[in-house]
Design a protein around this ligand. Structure first.
Ligand SMILES: Cc1cc2nc3c(=O)[nH]c(=O)nc-3n(C[C@H](O)[C@H](O)[C@H](O)COP(=O)(O)OP(=O)(O)OC[C@H]3O[C@@H](n4cnc5c(N)ncnc54)[C@H](O)[C@@H]3O)c2cc1C
Length: 331
C-alpha cells in the first residue's frame, strides 16, 4: 500500500510533536491512525513519571502508574508507525512556511508542529521533600486529595492560594495545618478571617527538614525545635511553563503564562498547535490526552485541506490509480 508520506519530501515531516508525555502520545496515536508521517521528539521528563498510582484516569479501576501509562501510550503509537527520537529541542525557526528544529542530537524539518512540552511544578526548597515527591508530597488535590483522606496534612505556602488550598483540603481531612516555612504571610484580611473561622493552625517558623522513611513523610522539624506530626505535604509554590519555544515563534501566552489556543488547539501562529499542561488545561492527564487528540484531529484536517489546495492528494491518487486495484469487482 502506498502511503501518503511516500509522496512527500522525506526531509520534511508532515507533523512533529515536541513532547512525548501524555498529550504528545495521545496526539501521536491519532496522527499514526490517520496515516500521517509523524515524529515525536521527547527529552523524557514527563511529569506523569512522578505519580505511582494514577487513580483518576478512565479505564483503570485499580489505578495505573504514570510510568506504565506512558509505556502503553508509546507502544500504541508505535503500532501505528509513529517514529520516536530522544532529543531536546533548543531552537526553532521558520523557513518557507516550514518549521526548522535544532535539537541537541539533530535537526528536523516539518510542515506542522505540535508543542506538548508540559510544565514543571516547583517543589518547596526544604531538605527531605524531594525524596517524597508523588508519594507523600503532592501538588494537586484533584490528583491526590482522595489518596490522603483522614491524614495529617500540611499546606506549604504563605499566600491566598495556600489558605484556599487548606480550606479545600478540609473536605478530605479534618487535620490540616498551614506551614509558611519562615515566609511572612501575605494573604488578604479575608483569608486571615477564614483561617480563624475554620480554626486552621499556622506554623510560621522555618522548616529545617522533613523527616521521612521509605518516601513517607513523618514530621516537619521546625527551627524552634518543634516537631509537627505530618503525613502529607501539598505545596502552592508555583509552576514553570515550558513555553520558550512557543514564545520564540511569536505565539501569544495568556496572563498565567500558558500558550493561548482555540478549541482545536491552534495557537496564534499559523500551523503551530499546543496541547496539555502548556495550555490552560488544568494539568490533568485525561485533559492532556483529550487535548492531544483534539490537536491531532485539527492537524489532520488542516493537512487534508492543504492537500486539496496543493493537489498533493491528486498526485497520491494518481499513484493509487497506476499501481493499485481501485475499482471493486461488479458481478
Ligand atoms: C507528583 C505528580 C502527581 C500527579 N498525579 C496526577 C494524577 O494522579 N492524575 C492526573 O490526571 N494528573 C496527575 N499529574 C499531572 C500529570 O502528570 C500531567 O497532567 C500530565 O503529565 C501532563 O501531560 P503533558 O503531556 O502536558 O506533559 P508531560 O507529561 O509532563 O510531558 C511533557 C514532555 O515534553 C518533554 N519536553 C519538554 N520540553 C521539551 C523539548 N524542548 N524538547 C523535547 N522534549 C521536551 C518532556 O521531557 C516531557 O516528556 C501529576 C503531576 C505530578 C507532578
Amino acid at each position: 500500500m502506498i502511503q501518503h508520506k511516500d509522496l512527500d519530501d522525506p526531509g520534511t515531516r508532515e507533523v512533529i510533536v515536541i513532547g512525548g508525555g501524555i498529550a504528545g502520545l495521545s496526539a501521536a496515536i491519532y496522527l499514526g491512525r490517520a496515516q500521517r508521517d509523524a515524529l515525536v521528539i521527547d527529552s523524557g521528563h514527563s511529569m506523569a513519571k512522578w505519580e505511582p498510582v494514577v487513580g483518576n484516569y478512565l479505564g483503570f479501576p485499580e489505578g495505573v502508574s504514570g510510568e506504565d501509562l506512558l509505556k502503553f501510550g508509546r507502544e500504541q503509537a508505535k503500532r501505528h508507525d509513529v517514529k520516536f527520537v530522544k532529543d531536546e529541542i533548543q531552537e526553532i525557526r521558520r523557513e518557507e512556511g516550514d518549521f526548522l528544529l535544532r535539537g541537541e542530537e539533530g535537526s528536523y524539518r516539518t510542515k506542522r508542529l505540535l508543542l506538548a512540552t508540559g510544565i514543571f511544578h516547583l517543589p518547596p526548597e526544604i531538605p527531605g521533600v524531594k525524596e517524597c515527591l508523588g508519594h507523600s508530597m503532592f501538588f494537586c488535590k484533584d490528583c491526590d486529595g482522595f489518596r490522603v483522606r483522614g491524614k495529617n496534612i500540611a499546606i506549604c505556602g504563605a499566600n491566598n492560594e495556600a489558605v484556599e488550598y487548606a480550606l479545600g483540603i478540609l473536605l478530605y481531612s479534618p487535620c490540616v495545618v498551614i506551614a509558611t516555612n519562615g515566609e511572612k504571610p501575605h494573604w488578604s484580611s479575608q483569608h486571615a478571617r477564614w483561617i480563624e473561622e475554620y480554626e486552621i493552625p499556622v506554623h510560621l517558623e522555618k522548616i529545617v527538614h522533613v523527616e521521612h522513611c521509605d518516601r513517607q513523610i513523618l514530621s516537619l522539624q521546625l527551627a524552634n525545635d518543634q516537631s509537627v506530626a505530618i503525613e502529607n505535604i501539598f505545596t502552592t509554590r508555583g509552576d514553570v511553563y515550558h513555553t520558550q519555544l512557543a514564545e520564540s515563534l511569536g505565539a501569544k501566552l495568556d496572563a498565567d503564562g500558558q500558550i493561548e489556543v482555540d478549541h482545536c488547539m491552534r495557537t496564534t501562529v499559523p500551523n503551530l498547535y499546543a496541547a496539555g499542561c502548556v495550555t490552560p488545561a488544568n494539568c490533568q492527564m485525561i485533559i492532556a490526552a483529550g487535548e492531544g487528540a483534539a490537536a491531532a484531529q485539527a492537524i489532520n484536517r488542516d493537512l487534508f485541506e492543504e492537500s486539496l489546495k496543493t493537489h498533493s492528494l491528486r498526485r497520491f491518487r494518481e499513484v493509487q490509480l497506476a499501481e493499485e486495484e481501485t475499482i471493486p469487482e461488479v458481478e
